[in-house]
Design a protein. Structure first.
Length: 194
């Protein structure tokens, strides 16, 4: 694929036929990179990669080791383990975003990549939202109501916070007010309901 705006998917798979199958399934929608082992996968991994499809059992660096190094680099990519290894309790300590058991179907792979991309978009919206809410709260503490009312910058900030809340509410399934929004965020984060 030559579209430079297409999301980048890195396939790290030691079986060439499997990697090429995934490539054929995804190449029409995504900019696909293929690596035949963990070392090559890490070499092809950069900030442009949005999703990594990572085989867990490979010669050399295992998928588990590659995953750990990906997370150590603190890149914003999402990682799906795509493997024939049955999940066990050891997965609780692993930093993957999805776990697919082989063999997988084209629709399952597409759905997973799509969900991971949506989650990345949601995370960036949420991060922006929290950063702006923090700025808003700081200004509201430091400035008088009259000063805030006269500030075009503050008005723009408030408008953007409202837009982000609307976007996040739609993503969360129609959250209607601040209390519902906060409750939904707490549920995502594993917190208690308010």
């Amino acid at each position: 694929m030559t579209d430079s705006t297409a999301p980048v998917v890195l396939i790290v798979e030691d079986e060439p036929d499997v990697a090429e199958t995934y490539n054929l399934w995804l190449a029409d929608e995504y900019d696909v990179r293929i690596a035949e082992d963990g070392d090559e996968g890490l070499a092809k991994l950069d900030g442009a990669v949005d999703v990594v499809l990572l085989d867990r059992m490979m010669p050399g660096l295992s998928g588990d080791e590659v995953l750990e190094r990906i997370r150590d680099r603190e890149l914003g990519c999402r990682v799906a383990m795509v493997t024939a290894v049955e999940p066990d309790f050891d997965i609780l300590e692993m930093g993957f975003d999805a776990y697919l058991s082989k063999p997988i179907r084209s629709d399952e792979l597409h759905s997973t990549v799509e969900k991971l991309l949506e989650r990345s978009e949601y995370d960036s919206l949420l991060q922006e939202y929290y950063a702006l809410v923090e700025k808003q709260a700081t200004l509201e503490t430091a400035k008088s109501g009259a000063e805030l009312a006269e500030s075009e910058e503050y008005e723009g900030l408030t408008d953007r916070v409202d837009e982000l809340q609307d976007d996040l509410s739609r993503t969360l399934g129609g959250v209607e007010d601040d209390a519902d929004f906060i409750t939904a965020i707490q549920r995502i984060g594993g917190g208690e309901d308010t």
